[in-house]
Design a protein. Structure first.
Length: 210
């Protein structure tokens, strides 16, 4: 049995419910489908036991999110989420959010510490990014990568603590050095947590295969 068939069988076993895009997002972010793997729309539709239309729509969205690369022959390459690329995702998020905050007046920046929910915090920033491209990048990072970490971490308390430190730094919106330092710690922790979630998944799969 070739590698693609094995991947598809495993995908069927692990994901019993959810839309095509939800299942594929999780499978890619968890590393259940290895980066660099090439699959076809038909193989994915078969694995998910659905028609090609929802798979095609899911692939359009996944390409937009940077999780796959589509080819004209209906083949799909799964993006390689290396440790360094994961660090880059959250560093870029931090850098772009700081750029947005720099352009705000004090009243707007000082509203951020009052937002307790991390997803709402980042939404507050990207909806006022002032640039369609910047908003797109920040929205994808927050709604896909950061949300995945928050939904699957077993270190919620540690992330909340660092997040609260970041909000405290916002109380001095003109001190960009303090804000940048807090963002550096926050973004690094998010990256480490995503990497750890993926490695934990691999260990669980390795144990279950024995």
């Amino acid at each position: 049995m070739d590698t693609i068939q094995v991947i598809m069988i495993e995908l069927k076993k692990k994901y019993k419910s959810g839309s095509a895009i939800e299942i594929l997002q999780e499978a890619i972010l968890f590393g259940d489908i290895e980066g660099g793997t090439q699959v076809t729309q038909n193989e994915l539709a078969s694995a998910l036991e659905t028609s090609r239309m929802p798979v095609r729509e899911a692939l359009i969205a996944l390409e937009y999110q940077g999780l796959i690369e589509r080819h004209s022959n209906q083949h799909v390459n799964i993006s390689c989420l290396s440790d360094e690329s994961i660090y880059s995702i959250f560093r870029d998020m931090a850098a772009l959010e700081i750029e947005v905050i720099k352009r705000w007046d004090n009243d707007l920046a000082l509203a951020l510490p009052n937002i307790r929910d991390q997803k709402k915090f980042h939404e507050f920033i990207y909806i006022s990014a002032g640039s369609p491209l910047r908003e797109k990048i920040l929205r994808i990072t927050a709604e896909i990568y950061l949300a995945f970490v928050l939904d699957h971490t077993d270190n919620a308390g540690g992330i909340d603590s660092v997040f609260n430190n970041l909000k405290t730094a916002m109380l001095k919106p003109k001190n960009l050095d303090i804000i940048s330092s807090a963002y550096a710690v926050y973004s690094e922790l998010l990256a480490k947590e995503l990497i750890r979630i993926r490695k934990r998944r691999m260990e669980e799969c390795s144990t279950s295969d024995r």
